[in-house]
Ligand binder design. Structure first.
Ligand code: ADP
Ligand code: MG
Length: 237
């Protein structure tokens, strides 16, 4: 479904993504791991058109995404969430989701119906009239998921969706991601929580200092000496 080939991105003298190649099959959940600064979010930026690569390319269902804007890539069926959440704080939860829906329809009542369906899907329906600024971190993550899902993606890129979330909210988020897969969405998830990753991911790609150092099943990745050294730490081993 997605093919990333030799993606390279420099910021001044720093190489944020260094010759990265991998593929994602339809229906798969691919995990993306690596220490802070490894280049994970930059990779999402390159795939979704928020940054242009210096070298390499991205193909989605055979079509090159090079030179397309984020909204054009979104319309092809790819959407990403952001590590730093930015809901419209003074708008209601429902209005926030409608903004996503309105990219696909100008019909207000249809947009509202679809927004409510998405809010119900993520378990936020009862909060629909609350201002987004009043939500907890876990609820904001769900709102972000509803906004992303409102654009009807076939490939969804989640940037640290469990990051900063109360431990008790994590099982619910995992169940929600499983349900996304259940409705036919293919996923790439940036995730620091190894337990979450083990239960969700079919395959994992590990980055370190911009380069891909390993890919494999979660079990293979957990046992990989380079991943242990660069990311998981020797105590973990
Ligand atoms: P991760 O998401 O894995 O923590 P990032 O992709 O955010 O890593 O960052 C990778 C490296 O690129 C970091 O050193 C970061 O400081 C740098 N970087 C990311 N975005 C920019 C940018 N827009 N301008 C300059 N440097 C950036
Ligand atoms: Mg990041």
């Amino acid at each position: 479904m997605l093919e990333v080939t030799n993606l390279t991105k420099h910021f001044g003298g720093l190489v944020a993504n260094d010759d990265i190649s991998f593929g994602v099959a339809e229906g798969e959940i691919l995990g993306l791991i690596g220490p802070n600064g490894a280049g994970k979010s930059t990779l999402f930026d390159l795939i979704t058109g928020f940054q242009a690569p210096d070298e390499g390319g991205v193909r989605f269902e055979g079509r090159s995404l090079l030179g397309l804007r984020p909204d054009q890539i979104n319309r092809l069926g790819i959407v990403r969430t952001f590590q730093k959440l930015k809901p419209f704080e003074k708008m209601t939860v429902e209005e926030n989701v409608m903004v996503g829906v309105m990219q696909h329809t100008a019909n207000m009542s249809k947009a509202r119906d679809h927004a409510l369906t998405m809010l119900s899907f993520v378990g936020l329906l009862e909060k629909r009239r609350a201002h987004a600024g009043t939500l907890s971190t876990g609820q904001r993550k769900r709102l972000e998921l509803a906004r992303a899902m409102a654009t009807r993606p076939r490939l969804l890129l989640l940037d640290e969706v469990t990051g900063g979330v109360d431990q008790r909210s994590i099982p619910g988020l995992i169940a929600l991601i499983e349900r996304l897969r259940g409705v036919g969405v293919t996923l790439i998830v940036i995730e620091h929580n190894m337990q979450v990753l083990m239960s969700l991911a079919d395959r994992v790609v590990a980055l370190h200092l911009g380069a891909m150092i390993a890919q494999g099943t979660p079990a293979q990745i957990q046992a990989d000496p380079r991943v242990i050294e660069s990311y998981l730490g020797t105590a973990y081993a």
